[in-house]
Design a binder for this molecule. Sequence first.
Ligand code: HEC
Length: 145
Amino acid sequence: MRFLILFLVISLVACDTSKEKKNPIDTQTHEEFVMYEPSEMTKHMNFMYAYNQGLKEKILSGDTLPNFTKEFLKIYTATLTNNKEKNQRFKVGAESFIKSQQKIFLQKDSLAMVKQYNKTINSCIDCHQTECTGPIPKIKKLLIH
Ligand code: HEC
């Protein structure tokens, strides 16, 4: 038992010293130096976020809304990080999201507009529920309370 403890202490110390000796430059792999390039889908998601933020402001201040922009349809064509294939769940989620987003612009009164807007934001969240849950708290901020 005593021997085991001694062994553990030595190995811990050994581990620490080896870490100290390493120059951070030597331990960096080449990949870590390559600049991070967001995927087409990531950029598109950020576009959709910003657009809906602007839409929220317009709805709240009672401004007339612009027409639905076809830019949203990029959700069907933009490539995912690492060229990951879009699964069935993504495709179905994208379709119901687009339908909901389009409907916002067709609403006649502000109450119906708010309702449709929130429905759309909830469909963003729906798709994020299984994969990519990280941005959910941020997306929730788009909801109109
Ligand atoms: C059909 C599924 C789906 C829908 C609908 C969807 N997202 Fe995403 N979202 C994703 C996926 C998948 C990613 C990760 C993209 C990648 O890695 O290429 C993502 C990434 C993001 C990110 C992270 C971007 C970054 O900088 O890392 C944000 C923010 C985001 N989405 C917001 C939204 C908002 C806002 C909406 C609605 C207006 C929305 N999403 C609708 C699937 C979806």
